[in-house]
Design a protein around this ligand. Sequence first.
Ligand SMILES: [Zn+2]
Length: 266
Amino acid sequence: MSDYTELSGFDDEQFQSTEVKIYKNEVDNTDRIGFVPKETLAKDYLEKLKKFGKSDEEAKQIIAAKGKKGSLEKVERDGQIYFRESTWLTATTHYHAESKKRFVCLGPGEICCKKIKDSPITQFITLICKYMTKPNGDLIEPIQAEVKPWRMGESKYVDLKDKDKRSPLIKYDIEFKCTDTKFQKGSMNVIFNEGVALKRDPKVEKEVMDRAAALWPIIGKKFLGERLTEDEVREMLSGETINNEAPKQEQTEVKGEDLGSVLDNF
Ligand SMILES: [Zn+2]
C-alpha cells in the first residue's frame, strides 16, 4: 500500500507553521529512542478493520490477540477509549528535478513512470522520541524527550518490523549506535530490562503524545512526498518527453503483508 490516508485531513496552516526535522544519528554516537505509537479511537480502529473485510467478531478477535501480545495498548482518556500501536506510513514516490518536488507515484505504467527516468522509490516513516542522555548513554533524569520523524528505506523497515513482531516496540526502548551517518546504519538493540522510559513521567508522556498527534497528519506529505492529482502530475511533467525505456515500477505493497501491516499504513 503506498497510501497514507491520514493526509486527507491535512491542515495547510499547521503544516506551514510546523518546524520539524527528520531524525538523524551521528557516527559513533549512541541514542536511546522510543517508538511513539499512533493513537486511534477504538471505534475508528474497529471500523478500519471492517473496511478490510473483517466481520465484527473477527475484528474483535484481532484486537484481543494484539492486546494479548502487547502490540496494541488500550488507553482511556477523557472518557474515550483509544488504541496505541507502532505505525509506519509508506509511499512510493518520484522526484521531479525541475520543480524540486517529490510526489506520490500514480501507479505502475502511469504518466509519471513514463516521463521520469529514475525508478520511483519506496520509503517508510514513523515517529520516535529521542531521549536526553549522558555521553555514556545513561538517561538524564527527569526524563526529557524530543519527538522526531524517522524516515527509512525498506531494509531498515523490515528489520524494525521484525523486532516489533518478536517484541512489540511500544513496550521497549531501543539503543541505536550509529556507524554511518549518511545511510543511518548501525546496531539497534532492544533494551528489554527497563521498559519505556517515557512511561516514568506521565507529564512527559502526554507532551510526547500530543506532539505526535499533531505530527502524524503531516509527516507523509512533508517527508515522503506530496499526493498530486493526475492532472497536477500531467501539468508538472508537460515539458518532459515520454521516456520509452521507463524503468519497471517497484512493488508498492509492504512485503510479507498481513492484516497487521496493512493497518500500519493507515
Ligand atoms: Zn510513477
